[in-house]
Design a protein around this ligand. Sequence first.
Ligand SMILES: [Zn+2]
Length: 860
Amino acid sequence: MKQQYKSYKQTCEFLQECVINYPDIISIKSIGKTWEDRDIMLATISLNVENADLKPAMLYTGTIHAREWIGNELAVSFIDYLLKNHNSNPKILRTLRRNTLYIVPCLNPDGFEYSKSHFSFWRKNRRDNKDGTFGVDLNRNFSVGYQKIKDTASNVYSGPAPFSEPETMAMKNFVDTHENITIALDYHSQGNVFFPAHKFNHEMEIDGTDLNTICANMNFEIHKATGRQYGIHRGKPPTKLINGSGREYYYSKGIMATVVEVGTRNIPDFMQNMKESIDENIPALLRTFGEAQNYSKHAPKRVQNFHIESYTHDEVTLSWNYEVNKDIYFQIFRNIEDKKACNEANLICETYKTSFTDIQLQSGSAYYYYIRAVNNLTRVKSPFSPRTNIKTLLEPDEFSKTIFPNPNEIGYVAQKLVETNKKHFGYNSLFIGVNETKGISYGVLQFNLDNIPQNAIIKEACISLYPLNRVNAKIEKYGEWSISFIDKQSVAELSDFDQINNAISIETLGQTIPSEKLTQGIWSHWNLNSSERDILQRQLEDKKVLFKLSGPTELPEGRDSQMMMFDIGYGNFGGGLHYRPRIEIKYTIPSIEVVVESSKITSVCTNMMDESKLVCGFDENNNKIYGVMEFDLEQLPNPDETVITDSYIQIKNKKATKTTQDIRYNVEFVDLENITYDNMRNRDRIEFIGYEVSRTDIQKQKTHKFIFDYFSCLALENVHKTNKKAKFVIKPTSSDIKNHIVEWYGKDGENSVKLVVKYIQRRREPVSQISNLTYIKEKNKIKLSWENPKDKDFVGAFVVRNRFHPPKNPLDGDKIYGGSDNYTYDNFGSLNIGKYYAVFTYDNVPNYSEPTIIKYKVEE
Ligand SMILES: [Zn+2]
């Protein structure tokens, strides 16, 4: 297997050949010598390579860890690809014209050769530590966060001092003297995951969106090539800082830096896996290479203050600030999931304006917006502004609930750990799949549905799990993970392996996830289809729903593990509430019908009013005659606690008219204090109700329904709130007709005019905002306090943090707290970084109030 990989010597020879064949495009040099006197080779690639240092550049480093051969191998393939195709591929040509690639195929030649010839799993360089041990972990030897450790034998021994090693010193010297470098990719194996640079302080960074997006756009290309999805692990900083890594050093120089961990083994089967890893990374590399110019000093400035101006259940208006510049336009991108690509595939708007309204959105749904400025002359783009997130409002008849399992109702059961299975509940991680020590292992998740009414009509449901780590899913493209509804009657004890193993499955949810798409650091979502929602609906009666999560149950010959870890969100190593598995359910409830009889009817002519009958049409002078219907809304329930979902007026005509003229009648919702003929003619119309009724309609049938639309229902609610009577007018729409009258039943028992109202118990408006929001510093943390409103429908306060703009929506920042207390600590926020906090109140729908905002200022 080792033979197929290029050696250090072969790599050097390859580079020399490239220079002979493509002297205008590639040059090579040694940037330093190793302990064993090998050259650390760096290739520079650009059109007119002699000008390369004047252009924005991407830096590639490979095989800093000796056993991670992908770095060298991919570098050789990428160089070969660029050189061989640059004349035939306009994208490569464009990229090379404006950008430069600095590429160090192998940053650790001594270790690499040692790994190739003696010991495959060697990691460090080959420093003689003079105590019988060898080697320094070069990726712990940079200066940022450098930590000295004593054990020289350790695989992560960091060396006697920062930059004590010739390899890291060579990189430092090169990077320090090449300010044109804007992006750095450090290639490692394994895990199929991106680890973007971090400042490890749990706060948003101005370039956090850029780092995630560079990775997500690479992922987009990888997915196109092989269907695989890499993870992107930036959202949650690793519990321990990686001390002294190259990535953090480059980032400290203002370079967008990420580690790319490729494959599922350090030294995989070359033909089966390595080739695929290379083929999927080449287009990803090319895309990122083209981004180098967008992070250079020639790039337009980042958009400022990109924020939500307003939103409804189906529209969002965004706005931003930018110095006036006629050559700059803006690109807006929209995603419905976190950590997704931003490119031509999700570009929703290009505009020279500084605001944009997005339309036709789904209610109660999350949207992530991105923006960058583009210079129309040079086509160079700006970095991204920090992302803005929003959850749209619910429709007036919708409710939504996010349900988390109780700690004793989420865990895993392993075949070989029967004794300890109980302890796997509410603790750290779910292990799903199979390995040698655990045997087969299933996840168990039970959700409590008490909070959802039994008669709820489920409109949407989505289960989400956070894949934490796939290090133990060691086999490429093997097995799939799925989640199924379990018949609760078939399981008496959730922690019993046999019971879970033999549990009766009602149905497996539509999507299963093959191993190559099971990505760590990116949420997995299962959206329930209609038959799955029906199953969930049936579980409402039992108030609980049980799921089993399964992976592969057997291993191929010679392999020891295909196991995926998901976060439970409980326990010391769980990521807390933010990473806890959840089910989100959007539902409505059946409506209640009230029939309101008319309290007063009046027929209004030019010279008289008649309260005994309901008539409309034309008099002998072709003046209109109006029929007025009044309804007392006292019978309707409290308007603050209900939403009218449907409504109509039902009218019956007494006699069929015999005319052959084209006469039509309609109903208007009017705002009218006193009923007089003059007031009638100058009436304020609120809304039309339904469609016109024609002569032939009246001849065919007696009963006519005038159906309220959305705005008419809203108008009816508003009239109800003001304690006024609802007034409607029926009248002809035609003109130039004389002596024509239709009589309707007014107050005539069961034939009477009726207003039929359907409503549900649900607040339309949020409860009041909190008051007296303040903060203090306590126990080295920021503590926020406020007063909750006295409103009986108040359920809780929701606190969000945003470093860049005041949050306008509960999704627009990092969630700090949700609950009924009147204070919270920001457990992760830094005292040294200014930021905004917003507190929203919510009811049980939930409707969220406008935010109450406080700005945390850093004291000098
Ligand atoms: Zn590594």
